[in-house]
Design a protein around this ligand. Structure first.
Ligand SMILES: Cc1cc2nc3c(=O)[nH]c(=O)nc-3n(C[C@H](O)[C@H](O)[C@H](O)COP(=O)(O)OP(=O)(O)OC[C@H]3O[C@@H](n4cnc5c(N)ncnc54)[C@H](O)[C@@H]3O)c2cc1C
Length: 306
């Protein structure tokens, strides 16, 4: 029996702590429950919204008139140097569990909130590595036809904060296979904790936000040169950090109500206490306008605006 709940407040479940309730809400722990949830919505002509760790989303103030299917599958296992994990597994918990099994290599991803499925969908990354560097295979489920398919790494079409699954959201990731390297458990745990400490130092941890709100855009040669000269580092793939553009456009610390472009990391649009989704979107619009006016660059949202 599916436990579909009604009028479930979403704000407390999100890292942004913003948004109204879900008209219907269900946790799914496996493929059967996923299929049952999709069928339940189809029978009632209700829209479905799939969520997982809820760390990269902005929920509207009026809530979602939909069935929110929350991926809560949490089984994982190791075979040799391979990890097989359900999409709903928390990424940091997996990194820690792998370390205890003498497997590592991906500790720089520690502290990215959310699930491994969410990480694959957006090719999450930090300090250089991205999840694509470790994924061998992904199992996904076509919400329209029920077809289950395996995608090798290359078929996932990964690039900066992008994957095949982001382009085609009817595919729901159910399981992820990760190839790791042998690691000494104490050293792995130390690197994991050091990474989190560094994230705290940079004010990108435990913030009421959705992480980087905008993607780092490909910039003009002029903007790249300006960035490289000032920071003394090379831009990656022709991209410059959105946070730097926001600061140069004079929008660091900009505020609409309780929505603020963080002083320490301006690409984090923070909920300072009681921000609304409308305020966040208005702040984002002002930032986009300012960056466009100064650099001619159109910022694109990385966070999913529901
Ligand atoms: C404080 C903070 C710091 C962050 N730092 C980083 C960082 O360093 N690097 C980085 O890359 N990101 C970062 N993020 C953003 C976020 O943590 C990542 O994007 C994360 O991978 C999202 O996973 P999630 O499970 O929370 O996805 P959710 O927020 O639940 O969902 C996001 C999107 O993914 C889709 N989705 C989720 N699960 C699945 C699935 N199984 N199949 C198909 N689609 C799915 C949803 O439909 C939705 O469209 C940060 C966020 C916060 C709040």
């Amino acid at each position: 029996m599916m436990d579909v709940r009604e009028n479930v407040p979403l704000a407390p479940l999100t890292t942004f702590k913003i948004g109204g309730p879900a008209r219907y809400f269900v946790d799914v722990h496996n493929e059967e429950e996923m299929k049952a949830a999709l069928a339940w919505a189809r029978e009632r002509g209700t829209r479905c919204v799939v969520l997982a760790g809820k760390s990269n989303i902005l929920v509207p103030d009026e809530g979602l008139n939909a069935l929110v299917i929350s991926i809560a599958s949490e089984t994982f296992s190791f075979a040799g140097t391979e990890l097989a994990a359900d999409a709903g597994c928390n990424l940091l918990s997996l990194i820690r569990a792998a370390g205890e099994k003498s497997l590592g290599g991906w500790e720089k991803l520690a502290g990215i909130p959310g699930t491994i499925g969410g990480a694959v969908r957006g090719n999450a990354g930090a300090f250089g590595p991205e999840i694509k560097d470790f994924v061998t295979k992904v199992c996904a489920f076509d919400a329209d036809t029920g077809e289950m398919r395996e995608f090798e790494n290359v078929a996932c079409n990964f690039s900066y904060r992008h994957s095949f699954f982001k382009d085609d959201p009817k595919w729901i990731i159910t399981r992820v296979y990760i190839e790791l390297t042998r690691a000494e458990p104490v050293a792995s745990a130390r690197e994991t904790e050091n990474t989190i400490t560094e994230r705290e130092r940079r004010h990108i941890q435990n913030v009421q936000a959705a992480g980087s709100y905008f993607m780092n855009p490909v910039a003009s040669e002029e903007a790249r040169n300006m960035f490289e000269e000032e920071k003394g580092v090379r831009s990656r793939e022709g991209r410059v950090p959105a946070g730097w553009l926001i600061e140069k456009a004079g929008m660091k610390g900009a505020r609409v109500g309780d929505a603020v472009a963080s002083e320490q990391h301006p690409n984090y649009l923070k909920n300072d206490s009681h921000a609304t989704a409308v305020q966040v979107k208005e702040l984002a619009r002002k930032i986009k306008d300012a960056v466009k006016a100064k650099f001619g660059i159109e910022l694109q949202e990385e966070a999913v605006i529901l």
